[in-house]
Design a protein around this ligand. Structure first.
Ligand SMILES: [Fe+2]
Length: 412
């Protein structure tokens, strides 16, 4: 893209929002220092998956308070009883698995909570915990795991939980293209289908339509564990469609989906400003943000600063652009963490363009061509998961650099 004149800024707001990669102290006393170190970036990474055995108790019961299909964002109450003493109850975890028939000896849970936080559990061996469910595009089931995370065994399991629509469009986010009259829309569903974006300049009236292209990645596309082992669940299909012919600063209303599995709810964005030295823009810059669970699962690894950052951005009606300059969600090889990350950010990045570049936690892995050579930071993703999910205007595969103009600023 051509270089811009030096910016004349009437107003420029730059937030350097750096959420630290730190963990809170371990409140359950069950983890070694090395467990905690690993868990700072991958809550699922502490789970000794290959050691999981099955030892269901005859009198143990695990149930959920829903009988029909669920949708993303639904709360669910998981109850459990009949867990005998004298086992150390401090190491009892309630863990959610996807798909519901997954073998816990082969895949990590997508989230978990310690049973001791259920009221009365430590005295009675019975209690309940609340969780938020995400759309992981498949069935789900809770398992009651004892002696977790080091020597876990399955003591009970819940009924199977069905999703109302595994193809509901999720993870909706925007990106600029090299053309100022365009906006790229990206989203995720379970199947490929016939995806498209529909848009217009007034709510509920979609006068234009653009078909999407679709891609995904498989376990074999990953370059190492846990991305190609315990962290892998079907990531779904990543769709990208381009809204075209928009005027500078025009408000656009849009929805994504397809005719068979349905369209998602309406979203809206303001079209990019023209490159002009006289205009002003308001943008945020993020690095090392991570993600966190609103339901306090995956304790004790809550990155509350991440939730504070995203809630501040969500409340900022003046925001026009978000840059994320590496280390996005710290998925580090766990597909479910990507799902959670986008669920947290969608309210923001479905209304303003989200321009990103990979950090070590998206790209680095030994012998994969990265700068550091010996870093396992991407958890075996090697930039593939990032690149398929974040389709930036870059020159090619594993060429993550690009530049763009936004108002008076040339970003490169
Ligand atoms: Fe980082």
């Amino acid at each position: 893209m051509p270089p811009m004149a030096p910016p004349t800024l009437a107003l420029l707001s730059l937030w350097a929002v750096l959420a630290a990669c730190s963990a809170q102290d371990d409140p359950i006393g069950a983890l070694t220092p090395s467990d905690l170190e690993a868990a700072r970036q991958t809550p699922q990474g502490v789970f000794n998956v290959s050691a999981v055995t099955w030892n269901p108790y005859r009198d143990a019961v695990m149930d959920v308070n829903v009988t029909g299909p669920v949708a993303s964002g639904d709360w669910i109450r998981v109850s459990f009883s009949g867990i005998p003493f004298p086992d150390p109850h401090g190491k009892d975890w309630v863990a959610l698995y996807v798909p519901g028939d997954a073998d816990p000896a082969e895949v990590s849970p997508v989230k978990y909570r310690n049973a001791k936080h259920a009221e009365g559990y430590m005295d009675t061996g019975a209690g309940s915990l609340d969780f938020i469910l995400e759309n992981h595009r498949d069935t789900m089931r809770f398992y009651f795991m004892r002696k977790a995370p080091g020597e876990p065994f399955v003591a009970a399991k819940s009924p199977l939980i069905q999703l109302a629509n595994p193809n509901a469009p999720m993870q909706v986010h925007l990106a600029l293209t090299a053309n100022h009259s365009e906006m790229k829309i990206q989203w995720v569903t379970k199947d490929t289908g016939s995806p498209a974006v529909e848009w217009g300049t007034s709510p509920g009236h979609y006068t234009s339509r653009s078909k999407a292209t679709s891609t995904t990645y498989t376990r074999d596309d990953m370059c190492g564990p846990p991305a190609n082992t315990t962290g892998f669940i079907d990531p779904g299909v990543f769709h990208a469609a381009t809204v075209t012919g928009v005027k500078p600063l025009e408000q656009i209303y849009y929805r994504v989906g397809d005719e068979v599995s349905g369209y998602g709810p309406e979203h809206s964005f303001i079209a990019p400003p023209l490159p002009a030295a006289s205009s002003s823009v308001i943008f945020a810059v993020l690095g090392d943000m991570g993600q966190s669970e609103v339901d306090k699962s995956n304790e004790p690894y809550q990155l509350d600063a991440s939730l504070e950052t995203s809630s501040r951005l969500e409340a900022d009606d003046d925001l026009q652009l978000v840059l994320h300059i590496g280390d996005l969600g710290y998925a580090c090889g766990y597909v479910a963490q990507w799902d959670r990350f986008y669920a947290q950010l969608q309210p923001i990045i479905s209304r303003v363009p989200y321009m990103t570049c990979p950090g070590n936690h998206e790209r680095d892995y030994p012998n994969s061509g990265d700068r550091w050579g010996s870093s396992h930071s991407s958890g075996g993703e090697c930039g593939v998961a990032y690149a398929r999910r974040q389709q930036m205007p870059r020159p090619g595969d594993d060429k993550m650099w690009y530049s763009f103009d936004f108002g008076p600023i040339h970003f490169s």
